[in-house]
Write a protein that binds this ligand. Sequence first.
Ligand code: AMP
Ligand code: MG
Length: 420
Amino acid sequence: MSDTCSCDTPKESRPLIDLWQARDQVIALATPVTGTECVRSHHARGRVLATSLHARMDVPNVDNSAMDGYALRLADLKDHVGLPVLLRVPAGSMPEPLPFGGCARIFTGAPIPHGADVVVPQEHVRLDDKGQIYFPKDLRQGQHIRRRGEELREGALLLDAGERLDGIRLALLAAQGLTDVPCRPRLRVAIISTGTELVNPGQALSPGQIYNSNAEMLHALAQDQHVELVDLGNIEDTRQDLENALRYASRQADLIVCSGGVSVGEEDHVRPCLEQLGGISLSGVAMKPGKPFTLGYIGESQASGTPLLGLPGNPTAALVSWHLLGLPLLQRLQGRNLAPLARFPVHAGFTFRANPARHQLLRVYLDHSDVAPVARIAGAQGSNMLKCAAHADGYLVVPPGLQVVPGQRLDYLPLSQFAR
Ligand code: AMP
Ligand code: MG
């Protein structure tokens, strides 16, 4: 028999922080990276813009046709006579002025010849056997002409500092002829899995061991944010091993993400190591799953040291606390402007009694077979169970103590927002 009885086991007596307050605090505690790197546009996808960028020229840069068709001067259309084609204007050419009494064959994107004030799509005209073009009567001045500067004027704001560059934003810059973009340095993120029971996939399991699934998940989640990964592997549950790993990580990385070992059991060494090598800024959040979430640092202070995210070992608890608390920290460290969480009310399609003291994040999918979407439970909800998370497309937020009944409106957080 063990000489330690169950009443010697430390209990979690510390008060839990409200989930939304914890999120605000985590965001406020992040010190964004500084410095600027000039990055080739081809390599800038996913990077964070270091300075705001403004238009170098009007968009469009010249009045041009929105259609394949004919450009003409409205005043030349009298008595429904046909007009001869006196000019041909393909995209990429610069036309002569439009002669009086004639029209121009024109193509999408081609500059409007001086004097023309209307474009008529080719499918709306009639052509006779002498090559004369006949136009409909109800033409509107300026129709199908894209005016110079109608989208952007030279000097207008293109993109804000702190925006993450994606294909659309890079196209906006390409349309200005830009090839290099001022970006924040990439964040270096060290990932550590704690747990003597962990074995990497591909290796044989001995009795009592499990495969490390968090590392695979956290690598992928961090890679979605275009960081530089420092893989520190699996660390056994000894104080010394973890201390060594954390010291090393703090020299190699701008952020340490640690999974497991963050509760208050004897085999949990993350919090004692933080207390020794730095400090704890926030620990224990009133959320389910994800309660043991901890934010700390290695070094002198949260602002000057290397921040550490202590995620629970249970895979879904690690996932949910990453999405709601870890990700906004990482994104602020990157220098990103954070969008508010995307959330909208949907109807619950089930009965459920919530935890009395914690916000619960149920993994649900949306059933669109009715007029309004209905949230349905995606599977068994244990914090160790990944399958339901894999089949969910969002979290349904259940406030503490709520008795959920079918048809009840609750906030829904789409998972897609966390990959951006
Ligand atoms: P811990 O937070 O260390 O107490 O671990 C909680 C539970 O999560 C235990 O059942 C661990 O075996 C499990 N666990 C911890 N780390 C991992 C991991 N990297 N992958 C999968 N399961 C883990
Ligand atoms: Mg553990």
